[in-house]
Design a protein around this ligand. Sequence first.
Ligand code: ARG
Length: 460
Amino acid sequence: QPQKLWGGRFTGATDPLMDLYNASLPYDKKMYAADLEGTRVYTMGLEKIGLLTADELKEIHRGLKLIKEEWAEGKFVEKPGDEDIHTANERRLGEIIGRHIAGKVHTGRSRNDQVAVDMRLYVRDELRSVSNILSKLIQTIVARAEKEIDYLMPGYTHLQRAQPIRWSHWLSMYATYFTEDYKRLQQVIDRVNVCPLGAGAIAGHPYGIDREFIAKELGFNGVIGNSMTAVSDRDFVMETMFWICLFMNHVSRFSEDLILYCTSEFHFVTLADAYSTGSSLMPQKKNSDSLELLRGKSGRVFGNLAGFMMSMKGIPSTYDKDMQEDKEPLFDALTTVEHSILIATGVISTLTVHKEEMAAALSMDMLATDLADYLVKKGVPFRETHYISGECVRAAEEAHLSGIDKLSLEQFQAIDKRFGPDVFETFSFEKSVEERTSTGGTAKSAVLKQLASLEKQIGQ
Ligand code: ARG
């Protein structure tokens, strides 16, 4: 058996299955660059306090650079005994620069603060790229909404036709969700971006290392103020996954809407071939698989968060090996969210929108609220006008008319004397959306304002 870096106090060998069970290298090697960067800066800190000479530091940095190249080129050779990315890199450094110097690198450090710093560096960088692609998704939606500002469609509550809206208003609704996600993500990144290194295994650093210096060199906002918190805290992992869950929750509803709008029954939009698949049996089928996967994968990330929270909830302070279970769900959630953002961007930028069919789905009953508002403008209390408008809907239904607009003036006046000949001006979908000029409403000016505000909020 290869010598283990913690092998001194052991006499017996580990069960080979235990080695496999314990190993995290298969998945934590993703963090090789973060691990090497942490060591690069940590050794600068050691040199500053006289624990390494300038020459030793140079030699260590030369070795770290070579190891990074090996990983990047797929040439790093993993060996039995490489438990995790930390032990693998340290073992390799010893082979390159000799174990005498490499053996000093871990002075005052523990894998407990090392893994925490690796994770934070890795997650921070991943979230920054998530933030970039998310802002592109928002821009794509906003651009489409600006271009198709004149398209009207039914808005739904309870999946029943409710009131006319602009297609751009629907787009802007999701862009607003995603913009909140974007802003929330910046706050998550700020909390991820604090430095645990220098905390040691639990109790802090015995040689007075300058933790603030290390934090600054690694691009962190500051240091974690308690060494025990530094090594035991995985809130940043859970919060990252929660952020992903919330975002995916929004994506899932967005997808559900579009899946419905893609059906022959609605036929408001057609998904591009690039984001659809067919059936092995039914030749006519074109299925909305991209959207169904976006919806389905939201369930998967919720599971990742729930699973890891279960692992964390009962463990005693500080580091316990249970915490190694943070990586697979987190990495999976990160990959899932990255792919999902790119797919959603592709879907929305290639979608065909059927303007006429959207407009044709509008029905006059959707203006019953406007009819109530017509009487409000004549001074009738809304609670009364709501009832009167409801009576008009019933009268039109009972007379088998195609809509409330087909009632005659006499029929309107039989219901309420205050109806005048101008009542028929109410029955315009365009007028209905244009009347809602307040912030957040469906009027063209209001929607364009929303879109401009979203662009501003994501810094465009
Ligand atoms: N592979 C471990 C993890 O991911 C690294 C930390 C190990 N620390 C320890 N004391 N065994 O959590």
